[in-house]
Design a protein around this ligand. Structure first.
Ligand code: SF4
Length: 484
């Protein structure tokens, strides 16, 4: 049976225009990040900042209970409400209950991966609450009925023509493919929603334990509107988003925009500490934080704990050669790219999500790109080991890997298998290329030609090369000796 991940990958690879747009967007964002990192490197600040950021996250993760209690206490002391949800269903139920208590019919949302994870929109809509995404990229994919293709740029696969067609269809009038005009239209529609909504919903980039503050890092004004106009504000925050102090935010706020969009700073950094206080001009009358566990606490204290450092900056996605080809829709929702490959099986279990582990070439580019130094490709390798060890793993795959490990454990067996493979490949060689691969290997040969195995592999030629180089080396030694 073809796996869902394989089906999705095939479908995504067949969409040429989408692939082109995705490759272009991820490449330019990758280059912008490199530029920012180079600048920090030249100033001698890059590695110290990465270490500082990693340590700030690790301090909280290794003493999580205390920090969580501190955060909860601080939010409550400032008049807010905190709900800890063990599962996605519980988190949705909490939000629906708050919406019902306020008789809400309309909620406006700023961009949040945690709400994607719990399928909040579907839950609220089933309860009769209309949900409107107000981040422009999210608004586009909400109209299109899609899910985000990238953690940071949910609709980067849409060019201006596609957005114009989408807006024209939904708004009932023809729209020109002009970014300025399209943005104006979205602004007009969304402003009416901001003014009418009873509930505002956000995610959180950070939760500062010492003051109970939720910090949002955004580029569009929608985050400010969502957090100030509706009477009730609900923040959904993964429990890993805590930081201990405001000082800990410094390296994180320095690295996040540089790694996410290649900016030195985003347009807005919004800090929400409790509901509106007497005398304040704006802000919600009621403020709720729903802290989402959904499998995260199981990782605390395990070797995979560092995966919880993730800032959702998307740098590993842009660096990943697999993601750049297949895009976020090939992965299991909502997290894509290398962090999705790591976190999805950890949160959902190997049986439900182990197949995403195939979407990795183990090149290690993600680990290099990660600002908080999560050893992503190491974790992927460890998870692949776990998957192979599970009794549900394919018997054939297990046998193949066992044979491979046995065959390449000694130089003699390695040479013997290489000779055997060369003999087996000979019938498929045309003009020095392997034109076709048999059976389960066929997919490796699709769309590309493999060079045929060398007539004499390198290790066989090495002895000759060493012999040929010997007289030259001796001559060099004599010459050097003469100079001395
Ligand atoms: S794993 Fe690292 S690079 Fe990837 S999104 Fe998270 S913080 Fe960014």
């Amino acid at each position: 049976m073809t796996s869902p991940v394989r089906e999705r990958t095939r479908r995504e690879l067949a969409q040429e225009a989408k692939r082109r747009a995705l490759a272009q967007a991820t490449r330019s964002s990758y280059l912008r990040r490199l530029g920012q990192w180079d600048r920090l490197r030249r100033e001698g600040r890059l590695q110290p900042l990465r270490d500082w950021a990693r340590d700030a996250k690790d301090r909280v993760l290794s003493d999580h209970r205390r920090h969580l209690e501190q955060f909860v206490r601080a939010v409550r002391e400032r008049g807010g409400f905190v709900h800890v949800a063990a599962t996605p269903e519980e988190a949705v139920a909490r939000v629906v209950a708050i919406a019902r208590r306020h008789g809400a019919r309309l909620a406006v949302k700023s961009k949040s991966m945690a709400t994607e994870e719990i399928h909040l929109n579907a839950g609220l809509e089933a309860a009769g609450v209309e949900v409107v995404e107000t981040d422009l990229g999210e608004y586009i994919i909400q109209l299109a009925g899609e899910r985000p293709v990238h953690i940071v740029g949910p609709s980067i696969h849409y060019d201006r023509e596609a957005v114009a067609r989408l807006f024209s269809r939904h708004l009932g009038e023809p729209m020109p493919p002009d970014p300025e005009a399209l943005t104006q239209v979205a602004r007009r529609v969304l402003r009416e929603k901001f003014l009418a909504a009873e509930i505002g919903i956000t995610g959180a980039n950070f939760g500062v334990a010492e003051t109970g503050t939720v910090v949002l890092v955004t580029n569009e004004g929608n985050g400010r509107m969502v957090t100030t106009l509706p009477r009730v504000l609900i923040t959904i925050m993964g429990l890993e988003k805590l930081v201990g102090t405001w000082a800990d935010l410094e390296p994180l706020l320095t690295l996040l925009p540089r790694s996410a969009t290649g900016q030195t700073l985003t347009s807005y950094v919004t800090a929400i500490t409790g509901p509106r206080r007497p005398g304040e001009a704006d802000g919600p009358e009621e403020f709720h934080v729903v802290i989402l566990d959904a499998g995260r606490s199981r990782l605390l204290g395990t070797p995979f704990q560092p995966a919880l450092r993730c800032l959702r900056c998307g740098a590993c996605l842009d660096a990943c050669p697999v993601f750049r080809q297949v895009g976020g829709h090939a992965y299991l929702p909502p997290y894509s790219g290398p962090i999705g490959v790591v976190i999805t099986p950890l949160l959902k279990g190997m049986e439900a999500a182990g197949e995403v582990l195939d979407l990795c070439s183990l090149c290690g580019a993600c680990t290099e790109a990660c600002p908080v130094q999560i050893p992503l490709h190491r974790f992927i390798l460890d998870l692949r080991h776990q998957r192979m060890a599970s009794p549900r793993a394919s018997r054939w795959e297990r046998l193949l890997f066992r044979f491979w490990a046995w065959a390449w454990r000694t130089p003699g067996r390695y040479r013997w298998t290489v000779r055997l493979l060369r003999a087996l490949a000979r019938p498929f060689v045309r003009d020095g290329r392997l034109r076709w691969l048999p059976g389960p290997l066929a997919a490796w040969g699709e769309g590309r030609d493999f060079p045929a195995p060398a007539a004499r592999p390198f290790h066989e030629r090495w002895a000759d090369l060493a012999r040929e180089a010997e007289p030259e080396r001796n001559t060099g030694e004599v010459a050097d000796g003469g100079r001395r």
